[in-house]
Design a protein around this ligand. Structure first.
Ligand SMILES: *Cc1c(COP(=O)(O)O)cnc(C)c1O
Length: 226
């Protein structure tokens, strides 16, 4: 299968998951995770109409962004060290890995200096795995309160990574919990505005994530091969 075929197949699977769960496919966007692909392949996926591009390290993203930056919307999905914030703010439209106060403070500072706002997803470690980043579900509300006054951060939603499961169905409780946490965050009015986004679902488990309400799917290997 070539890239076009794999994209068509993934879109079909998303549509089927939407149909099963009574969702409108227009509520969802695919972010093509290009971290393991070349500049040429990244250009191809843009040409195929996927305009959201995700990368997890600035070193790997740099050439792609410098060449293709204006053609898409850029998402930073990897763990972000505080000293790398300067590379990302002003270039990436979304940061999916906001997971600690020191990082929020640094993004706020850099965004203020550039007089821009940065869309951020708060990463939540729903599964509690030691190897995963993110605030704990219990710590989410305190964290959101701490950053609520930061005028250059716009909280676009919540993000999580489910454990890799042989049976994707096993990830469902993780995605369901993230959706419930979004509801609770809004019900408590921790932020001055409603938080709408759910960044969840990867190649192995995106259909389950769609069924549980994902609005942003982060797809790598299902599009580009492994
Ligand atoms: C690499 C990566 C993805 C894409 O993973 P695939 O399994 O290849 O779809 C999604 N989200 C994050 C945070 C990643 O690091």
């Amino acid at each position: 299968m070539d890239l076009q075929d794999r994209l068509t197949a993934a879109r079909h699977r998303i549509q089927e998951a939407c149909r099963r769960s009574g969702r409108n496919p227009e509520e969802l966007r695919i972010i093509a995770i290009t971290k393991y692909t070349t500049l040429e392949v990244t250009e191809q996926i843009l040409q195929l109409g996927v305009s959201d591009i995700g990368e997890s390290r600035w070193q790997d993203a740099r050439t792609k962004w410098q060449t293709l930056g204006a053609l898409g919307t850029w998402h930073f999905i990897g763990h972000l060290q505080t000293n790398k914030v300067k590379d990302v703010v002003g270039k990436f439209d979304y940061i999916h890995s906001l997971d600690r106060l020191s990082l929020a403070e640094e993004i706020e500072k850099k965004a203020a200096a550039l007089q821009t706002a940065v869309n951020c997803f708060i990463q939540v470690n729903v599964s509690g795995e030691q190897t995963k980043q993110g605030v704990s579900p219990e710590g989410l509300f305190t964290f959101a309160e701490q950053i609520a006054g930061m005028e250059h951060l716009r909280i676009a939603g919540l993000m999580t990574m489910a454990p890799h499961e042989a049976d994707p169905e096993a990830t469902r409780p993780v995605f369901k919990r993230l959706r419930e946490l979004r509801g609770e965050l809004n019900a408590r009015s921790v932020l001055k505005y409603e938080v709408t986004g759910l960044s969840m679902g990867m190649s192995n488990d995106f259909e389950v994530a769609v069924e549980e309400g994902a609005t942003w799917l982060r797809l790598g290997s299902v599009l580009f091969g492994s």
